[in-house]
Each structure stands twice: as C-alpha cells, then as structure tokens.
Design a protein around this ligand. Structure first.
Ligand SMILES: Cc1cc2nc3c(=O)[nH]c(=O)nc-3n(C[C@H](O)[C@H](O)[C@H](O)COP(=O)(O)OP(=O)(O)OC[C@H]3O[C@@H](n4cnc5c(N)ncnc54)[C@H](O)[C@@H]3O)c2cc1C
Ligand code: FES
Length: 336
C-alpha cells in the first residue's frame, strides 16, 4: 500500500511523491530524487521539520523534544524523518524547489476541445498520455506556453485530471496573446506545453463552513475544488458567490446547479455588476455576502479573481470587523 504526498515548496512549486506504508516521508522523497531538508535522520536535530496541512500520520516516539515540541506537534509540525503515513498528505516544505534539487515538471499534450462559452469566456481542454502522471491540488494552476511564442500564461485547473485530460476556463482578453491564439487559431489536435502544478491556493481540509468568492474566470479553481468535494463530501456548509461584470460573462451555471444536486451542503449565488444587467442579482460580490456566510468569523474564506476584487473583499472584511479563521486568495494578475 502506498500514499500520495504533495510537497509544496516555498517558491510555489508542488511535487507529488509516493510513500510506501512503513516508509518515512524523508526516505521516500530521497528515493524519488527530491532532497528535502534533512540532517540526523534520527529525530534529534529538527532539520526536517515541515508543516502538515492535511492527512493522517504517525510520528512514533523516537524523537526528542528539542527536535519537535508538543506545542509544535499540536500546530501540525512534523519531522519527515519520523513521519509514516496513514493517508494521503499535504506538506509545506520550508525551502525552495531549487534547494531541494527538484523543479517544476513539464508536460506535452494536445488540445482536445476549445470553444467559446460566451463572448468573453473560452473553455479549453487538453489531453495526453503524459497527463496521466500529472497530479495537482484542486485550486492550483499551471503555466501554459502560448503556441508559436516563448511566452507562458498562468491558468487554474477548472477540473480534476480525468483519463489524462484537464480543463481550463479562460477570459478572452481583447488584444491578449493567449486570448488571441485561443479565440482565432486554436484547434483540437494542436500541441500545448504546460509546466507545474504551482500555487498555494488549494482546498485545505474542511473543518468549518466555507465561503468561496469568485470573480469572472476566477470561478475555475472553485469548479475543481467542488469536483473534489463532490467525491469526498463535506459535513460543513459551503456557499459560493460568483460575480461577473456583464451578463455575457456568466458561464457554467448548469455545472453549478449540478454541484448543488451532488453536494448536499452546497449553495451558490451568482451576481452581475453592470447596471444594464437583466440578472435578478445585481451588484458586486461583497453586496451579496450575508452575516450567515461569515458565521462570526468561524469560516474559511477562499477568494479568486482580478486584483481589484481581492482588495475590495479585504476592505469589506475589515469594515465588517471580521477576521476569518482562514483566508486564502489567488489574484489573477496580468502577466505583462
Ligand atoms: C496564478 C494565476 C492564475 C490564473 N488563472 C487564470 C484562469 O484560470 N483563467 C483566466 O482567464 N485567467 C487566469 N489568469 C490570468 C492569465 O494568466 C492571463 O493573464 C490572462 O488570461 C491574459 O492573458 P493573454 O495572453 O490573453 O493577455 P496578455 O497578452 O497577457 O495581455 C494583453 C493586455 O491585456 C491586459 N490584461 C491581461 N489580463 C487582463 C485582465 N484579466 N483584465 C483586463 N486586462 C487584462 C494586459 O495588461 C495587457 O495590456 C491567472 C493569472 C494568475 C497569476
Ligand atoms: S533529520 Fe534530524 S530530526 Fe529529522
């Protein structure tokens, strides 16, 4: 039996390793060519200390308090030279991928589907044998090379990997390099290169109600997260507020309705900012956040969208005097 561990490095790179039952995480990483920080291998020095963000594990009792104190253990810190797994796990490594002598993985794949979902949003799917070994945490992104150029653009996965295929939700930015390629040239069968996965915006263990706030194609990481939640379930309520600028920007509504049917605790509100909108819910995302969604701060907030939206939500929470238990965000910043 083996488990999968996501190693998240300081520079945003994520690598996945297989850890056999009974094997320590440090041994498994070394076996797979990744030099995570390590010294004594004996539970004495603390050099291999990392933060476990998810998963069940056993640290045994062969380490000393100087290497890992009870308080550190209670915070989720672990010694990878002592850590044996009881489930898949996510570890934050306090070093860069370069220092650990690993790097982002690259994959070659072909476009399997590209189509306009509306005037402003493109759906892209790519498929390839190499993607069968691609793993990522729902919410993470990759860099896609723009065919015919040496430039890359960051895109969040909007799906989980399935049969070597992954999907994206891409805003058609007027005059944009990738947008121009996808809207005018791209055809099924075209080659694409992706590098990653990357990023610290991913679904953590659900320990309290979740509030998901999506702006435009910032919906993408949430559909990947919701796919995962539909598989694993949630004891806590999850509410998504999905805001766009114009009616034409609103996409994937059928898919969100399907999530409502598949996830018993899930609900969502869509809203459109433009005063000309004919949508029943008008205004910005912040205008649709109700006190029940904030649960007096006992809530984990995930936020993804353009930088001004991230700032607006930050300002809103400050005004409301709400300090959420956890606040994770991803800004869809322009690359150029
Ligand atoms: C971590 C991360 C994840 C991302 N995930 C997604 C995703 O899932 N879906 C998605 O649609 N985008 C995502 N983005 C944004 C994406 O990487 C590109 O910036 C965007 O698609 C524009 O690329 P382009 O080549 O079409 O335009 P570019 O050639 O990069 O830009 C053309 C012009 O448009 C401006 N511009 C670029 N983006 C915007 C914008 N959003 N609004 C207004 N003007 C803009 C640029 O400043 C430039 O002047 C993400 C960005 C980051 C950093
Ligand atoms: S390497 Fe020294 S405690 Fe793990």
């Amino acid at each position: 039996m083996s488990y999968k561990v996501a190693l998240n490095f300081e520079d945003g790179v994520t690598r996945f390793i297989e850890v056999d039952s009974g094997e320590t995480v440090a041994d498994a990483a070394y076996r797979q060519g990744i030099n995570i920080p390590l010294d004594c291998r004996d539970g004495a020095c603390g050099a291999c200390k990392c933060l476990a963000e998810a998963g069940r594990y056993d640290l045994g009792d062969n380490y000393i308090e100087d290497a890992l104190s009870e308080a550190e253990k209670a915070e989720g810190l672990v010694l990878t030279c002592q850590m044996r797994l009881e489930s898949d796990c996510v570890l934050r490594i306090p070093a860069s991928s370069e220092v650990c002598k690993t790097e982002q993985a690259s994959y070659e794949a072909l476009i399997s589907d590209v189509r306009a979902l509306s005037d402003s949003v493109i759906s892209l799917s790519i498929k390839g044998a190499s993607l069968a070994r691609l793993s990522f945490l729902p919410g993470q992104y990759v860099n896609l090379r723009v065919p015919g150029s040496d430039q890359t653009r960051a895109y969040s996965f909007s799906s989980l990997p399935q049969d070597g295929e992954v999907s994206f939700l891409i805003r058609n930015v007027p005059g944009g390099l990738m947008s121009g390629y996808l809207s005018r040239q791209a055809r099924a069968g075209d080659a694409m290169t992706l590098t990653g996965p990357l990023g610290s915006f991913y679904l953590r263990e659900i320990r309290r109600p979740l509030l998901m706030l999506a702006g435009g194609t910032g919906l993408a990481p949430f559909t990947a997260m919701l796919e995962k939640i539909a598989e694993s379930g949630s004891e806590h309520p999850i509410h998504l507020i999905y805001g766009v600028t114009h009616d034409a920007d609103l996409v994937e509504m059928d898919r969100l309705e399907e999530f409502v049917a598949r996830i018993p605790n899930f609900s969502f509100t869509a809203c459109v900012a433009s005063p000309e909108s004919s949508h029943p819910h008008k205004g910005y995302v912040t205008q649709h956040i109700a006190p029940v969604h904030l649960n007096d701060g006992e809530v984990d907030i995930y936020l993804c969208g353009p930088p001004p939206m991230v700032e607006a939500v930050n300002g809103f929470l400050r005004e409301q005097g709400i300090q959420p238990a956890n606040f994770h965000y991803e800004k869809f910043a322009a690359s150029v």
